[in-house]
Design a protein around this ligand. Structure first.
Ligand SMILES: Cc1cc2nc3c(=O)[nH]c(=O)nc-3n(C[C@H](O)[C@H](O)[C@H](O)COP(=O)(O)OP(=O)(O)OC[C@H]3O[C@@H](n4cnc5c(N)ncnc54)[C@H](O)[C@@H]3O)c2cc1C
Length: 385
């Protein structure tokens, strides 16, 4: 029996598993095993929607045990050790060895890396933190909401700005906006470095039009109960949404897959690691671009990479030609309020820097973003919730 072992059943892992099963068909001689410590899948975008009353977290959650009905084997356990040289991983119930290993364990928000952030900031990057943030938001009648990108990298570069614009719309709907100041600050030199100076300027104008204050280059020294302390001053807040720096899970760092660096380095075209038969995709990897910035950590990227890896494994197993390499073309619908969005498309492997195209702001793109979630949930889990 052949086996593909996929560590992490998020955007990337689910894509590899689903596509590979489709390419191989219901072949009992090839087992596809997915390991994830959490029972349910939920997209990041749901966290922002739940915050502003666009549906609930539960509506976007799917039980991973449903994968068992789709020709896959789901193991709900924590990955404790990875031995890439053996293409093996250890969970609570022992070792699983494989012919192909795909590491798709994502990136973890690490508020502990910024003094005071975990104590005084809400972390909308974690689903478990959403109810407390929503309660604090509902209880705020006046004051300042600060959204602070406190470290890099973080997943989904546009999401803090989407959060600000969704909150702007939400507070206007509720008649509280004139009493609540909204301010976004980032440690980065541009609002969205990957969108370049023009894209960041455009985003700044969009924020200005909504009276959302914004500042770049604000390093966070520490967070206190009512203020963010920066080398060049303070940002007072009544409610803080902190975007923490992200790091790979400890098990990845301990596996040797990251070499001397923080992230797993891969061949950008094939997503192969330095180990035979071992691939890594999505947020756990670092793919440097021509301008020195990393490829953005986004679900669409993990998905596109996952498709390449599934095709490569299927081609190898069936003795066929390998797929065309990953070309770095990606997209994302950026929400500009509750009912509008724009489309950001990018050729991220372009030199000397990524070529980014921004679409109009329209209701049609907002509806596409909702379809984006629905289509993937249906493809990966089948049927309704
Ligand atoms: C607020 C927010 C909004 C976002 N909006 C968008 C968007 O609109 N479009 C978009 O493309 N992206 C968006 N993203 C980013 C997107 O969620 C991530 O980039 C994407 O999930 C990365 O996929 P991945 O497969 O690499 O990792 P993940 O999807 O994070 O999957 C990793 C999995 O590994 C599991 N895991 C980790 N460690 C272990 C362990 N030791 N043992 C077992 N299991 C483990 C985790 O439980 C997790 O399920 C958003 C993110 C956030 C937070």
């Amino acid at each position: 029996m052949e086996r593909t072992l996929i560590l992490g059943a998020g955007f990337g892992g689910l894509t590899v598993a689903t596509e590979l099963r489709e390419l191989l068909g219901p072949d009992p001689e090839h087992e596809i095993v997915l390991v994830d410590r959490r029972p349910d899948f939920l997209m990041g975008l749901r966290k922002l929607w739940a915050l502003v009353g666009l549906g609930s977290l539960e509506e976007g959650s799917r039980a991973r045990e449903r994968l068992d009905r789709r020709g896959l084997r789901f193991v709900q356990e924590k990955v404790r050790t990875i031995e890439p040289g053996r293409r093996a991983a250890e969970t609570d119930s022992g070792w699983i060895e494989a012919d192909h290993l795909v590491v798709a364990l994502g990136a973890e928000p690490r508020p502990d890396l910024v003094p005071g952030l975990a104590e005084h900031g809400h972390n909308v990057w974690e689903a478990a933190a959403v109810p407390a943030l929503k309660q604090a938001l509902d209880g705020l009648d006046e004051g300042t909401i600060a959204i602070v990108i406190a470290g890099v990298p973080y997943t989904c570069p546009p999401a803090p700005y989407e959060c600000a614009m969704l909150l702007d719309d939400h507070l206007r709907e509720q008649g509280r906006r004139d009493r609540i100041r909204l301010a976004v600050a980032t440690v980065q030199p541009l609002l969205m470095p990957n969108a370049g100076a023009d894209g960041s300027r455009w985003l700044g104008e969009q924020l200005d039009a909504r009276q959302i204050e914004h500042r770049t280059g604000r390093k966070v020294e520490r967070v206190e109960a009512d203020r963010v302390v920066c080398p060049d001053g303070e940002l007072p807040f009544d409610l803080l949404i902190g975007v923490p720096p992200h790091r790979p899970p400890a098990v990845v760092a301990e596996s040797g897959l990251t070499g001397e660096g923080l992230w797993v380095m891969v061949d950008p075209g094939t997503l192969r690691t330095a180990y035979e038969g071992v691939y890594a995709i999505g947020d756990v990897t670092m793919i440097p671009l021509a301008n020195g910035l990393p490829l953005p950590k986004a679900g669409v990227m993990a998905e596109l990479e996952g498709r390449i890896v599934a095709s490569a494994i299927a081609a190898e197993l069936r003795g066929k030609k390998p797929p065309e390499p990953f070309d770095g073309q990606g997209f994302c619908f950026m929400e500009m309020g509750k009912a509008t969005a724009t489309l950001i498309e990018g050729d991220f492997f372009a030199a000397p820097e990524p070529r980014i195209r921004l679409g109009d702001v329209s209701g049609a793109y907002a509806r596409e973003k909702h379809r984006f979630e629905a289509d993937r949930l249906a493809r990966w889990f089948g049927g309704p919730a």
